[in-house]
Structure formats: structure tokens, C-alpha cells
Design a protein around this ligand. Structure first.
Ligand SMILES: NC(=O)c1ccc[n+]([C@@H]2O[C@H](COP(=O)([O-])OP(=O)(O)OC[C@H]3O[C@@H](n4cnc5c(N)ncnc54)[C@H](OP(=O)(O)O)[C@@H]3O)[C@@H](O)[C@H]2O)c1
Length: 378
């Protein structure tokens, strides 16, 4: 049961990341977590029923209208000590409303409320096709303040919803005395362990492109992605929660928060062209490619940005450029140092993922689009 200082709300429980985070929280055998129940914001009675059937009284699904109703969100958020906000990170006003609600709990003698958020590495990316290129830039979360300042200035220059959201919650939290930390997350791979969406976005989308077209694509030679397995990422949220619950200071002053509150859960790094090559290798090795109407050798073609945006990033040209052309190198040191995070799905798991994703696509388990991830699913 939740004690008075650990009423916890989780968003995104139907998603790839959120479902896996919830699953890891519920499976945790740690003393600080194993007795807890989690309130979950969900849309739809079927979803709520399935969560109850599977997880019993460890979960309490609560219906909400979604991220488009800030007043309602703030009223809900005001009831919690800790919010794990791992649904879509692309709706700035909706996410800030969680901070506004938590701010109502900030009182001198009360435990400081926490918001644990998810952002994405495209927030850091350059736009080498339409703006200046920074192919050698690497950010280190050891200096979260510098990362925050960069994100804030970039977003002032050119707003990008996922970044506006991340900067918005960190800024509002700092001003309101709420503790807030964002995991600015690289490419997430591997099968999710939640009850609903178990598939990632980036590798499934690229694999589908390669199998559909018979060739890979590139927008630049230098575009890169760091990567993390979804279960290793979920472990970071578990460790963060444990830190807040187990430490005397509830992580206040220990975990970065507000204007320094950014952690990169990054494990490995790959060029976009290498990712394409791995998709091609998996498809050629399995005999899925070549087909009669596709190139007989493995080919990574230069393609126009607009074509890629239309086909794989819900028409969002800036997101396509940041994702598939941009540099967004992340050096993740804080999670290992502060949380003793020890990711276990390394190079071998990353390589295996391309084989697994091809099989999932062949089995019809990959019906993905970007719409839900970017908060555009009604
Ligand atoms: N996947 C990646 O590789 C990756 C990489 C970096 C960062 N991220 C970050 O992680 C976030 C979650 O990604 P994901 O892969 O877990 O996406 P996902 O599987 O598509 O899940 C999205 C979740 O957000 C919820 N949601 C979507 N639109 C909403 C809205 N308008 N109002 C309320 N809830 C809404 C969905 O709930 P319903 O079921 O109610 O629609 C679902 O629980 C992304 O936004 C992004 O910021 C992901």
C-alpha cells in the first residue's frame, strides 16, 4: 500500500516505454517498491480492465481525457508525491500541468514532490540539411546545467514540441520548488514487456522501410543515434524511484533536478548508416531481400528529406531531419554514477535486435506509426 509520502502516478502505461516501466516496477522485489500500488492515467475502459485483470490491486487505473486538458491534469497531479510521466513527451502544456499540480504540494514541512519525465535525444540534434551542421558535438549529462541551457536557447530560437515540453517542465519545476528530472532518451530498442504496445519506434520503422523498398536510405553520412534497451531504460526509472523512496533526503540535492535535471540513459552509439546496414544484413541473410523488383546488392540510397518525413515521421519535417540527418551524440555518465545503473543489454543484444525485428515484421507484429509517440493519437 502507498504510504502518505509515496502516492505515485504513472502515465503512458499503455505505451512501449511506459508499459515496460510499469512492468518493471511491479516485478521489483525491492522492499521500497514491492508493496506499492500505482495509479495509472488511461484512456478507455477496456484498457483499464486489462490492467486490473493482470495486475490486480497493485494498479488503480484512472480515466483521463489525455494531455490536452491542463486544468484537469493539474487537479489530478495535486494528489501525488511522485509522478512518472512516460507517455508521449510532445505536448508541452499537458506536461507542464503535472508540475503545476505538484506545485500545490510544495509546503515547508512536506516532502518535496517529484516528476520523472521522458524526453528524447532529437531535442539535442542539429539540422545539417537546412541549418548549421555540428557533426562532432557530444553532450555529457555530467554537466546537466549546460545541456539544459543549450536546450532552452535552442528552443527559444526554434521551438520543437518534445524540447519545449522538456525545457518547460524543468523550468516550471525549478521555479515552483518541485523536483523534476528528465531522462533524455536515445533510440530505444528491444521488445517491451508491457501489456499493450511492445514495439519500439526507430528500428521497426527503419526495418519496415528497408524491407518495403528493398534498400536503405540516408540523409547524411554522419547522423547518429545512441541506444538503450527498453528494459535497461525501465531499470533507470526503478532506480530513480528507489532513490527517492529509500534515501533520507528523498533524492533532493542528490539527483539532478530542474535546470540541471537531465540524465542520458545512453549505452551504445551507431551511425544511421550502420543501422541501415544492419537492417539490410538481416533482410539479406534471411532471404527476405532481394526480391525480383529490388536491388540485388545492399544499397543505402540518398533520399529527399520530405519523402522521409512523409513516410516515417508523421509528416514532421523537423523531426525527420533531427532524427535521420542530425547529430545527437550523448555521453551518459550520471545514471551509472548516481544510481549504480548497470545496463546489461549491450552490443550483442543490439545486433540481435535486427534479426528479432525482421522476424517480428514477418510475423505481422509490427503495425507501427509515429502518431502515438508524438501525442497525435486522438
Ligand atoms: N520509442 C523511442 O525510441 C523513444 C526514444 C526517445 C524518447 N522517447 C520518448 O518516449 C515517449 C513514449 O514513447 P513510446 O515509444 O512509449 O510511445 P508509444 O508506445 O506510442 O506510447 C505512447 C503513450 O503515450 C500516450 N499518449 C499518446 N498521445 C497521448 C495524448 N494525446 N494524451 C495522453 N496520452 C497520450 C499513449 O496512451 P494511449 O494508449 O491512451 O493513447 C501511450 O501510453 C515519446 O513521446 C518520446 O518522448 C521514445
Amino acid at each position: 500500500m502507498s504510504s502518505p509520502a509515496n502516492k505515485i502516478l504513472v502515465t503512458g502505461g499503455t505505451g512501449y516505454v511506459g508499459g515496460t516501466v510499469l512492468d518493471h516496477l511491479l516485478k521489483s522485489t525491492e522492499a521500497s517498491i514491492r508493496g506499492l500500488s500505482f495509479d495509472l492515467l488511461v484512456r478507455g475502459t477496456e484498457v483499464a480492465e486489462k490492467l486490473k485483470e493482470s495486475y490486480g490491486n497493485r494498479v488503480n487505473p484512472i480515466q483521463w481525457a489525455g494531455l490536452s486538458d491542463p486544468d484537469a491534469i493539474a487537479n489530478i497531479a495535486a494528489n501525488y508525491d511522485i509522478i512518472v510521466n512516460v507517455g508521449s513527451g510532445f505536448v508541452p502544456a499537458g506536461a507542464k500541468a503535472f508540475v503545476d499540480g505538484l506545485a500545490r504540494r510544495v509546503k515547508p514541512a512536506a516532502p518535496k514532490p517529484w516528476l520523472l519525465h521522458i524526453g528524447g535525444c532529437t531535442n539535442l540534434a542539429d539540422r545539417p540539411l537546412t541549418q548549421e551542421s555540428f557533426p562532432d558535438r557530444e553532450w555529457d549529462d555530467a554537466d546537466g546545467g549546460a545541456v539544459y541551457e543549450f536546450l532552452r536557447r535552442e528552443d527559444e530560437r526554434e521551438p520543437y514540441p518534445q524540447r519545449t515540453t522538456e525545457v518547460g517542465i524543468l523550468t516550471a519545476a525549478e521555479e515552483a520548488g518541485v523536483q523534476a528530472l528528465s531522462l533524455n532518451t536515445p533510440c530505444i530498442f528491444g521488445e517491451g514487456t508491457g501489456l499493450f504496445n511492445k514495439q519500439g519506434i526507430i528500428i521497426p520503422v527503419l526495418m519496415r522501410y528497408v524491407v518495403g523498398h528493398g534498400h536503405g536510405f540516408k540523409l547524411t553520412e554522419t547522423s547518429n543515434f545512441d541506444w538503450v534497451h527498453v528494459e535497461d531504460l525501465a531499470d533507470v526509472y526503478v532506480l530513480l524511484l528507489r532513490t527517492i523512496l529509500e534515501r533520507e533526503d528523498r533524492g533532493v540535492g542528490y539527483l539532478p533536478s530542474g535546470k540541471t535535471g537531465i540524465i542520458f540513459p545512453a549505452v551504445g552509439r551507431a551511425l544511421q548508416t550502420e543501422i541501415m546496414q544492419r537492417c539490410l544484413d538481416a533482410a539479406f541473410d534471411a532471404g527476405v531481400l532481394p526480391r525480383e523488383d529490388t536491388p540485388k546488392v545492399k544499397e543505402i540510397r540518398q533520399v529527399p528529406l520530405q519523402e522521409i518525413a512523409n513516410e516515417i515521421t508523421a509528416g514532421l519535417i523537423d523531426m525527420a531531419e533531427r532524427g535521420w540527418a542530425g547529430n545527437k551524440a550523448q555521453k551518459g555518465t550520471q545514471a551509472r554514477k548516481l544510481l549504480e545503473w548497470n545496463p546489461t543489454r549491450l552490443e550483442a543484444a543490439w545486433k540481435q535486435d535486427f534479426v528479432d525485428e525482421l522476424n517480428a515484421l514477418k510475423d505481422g507484429r509490427r503495425g507501427i506509426t509515429m502518431e502515438s509517440c508524438v501525442g497525435k493519437k486522438p
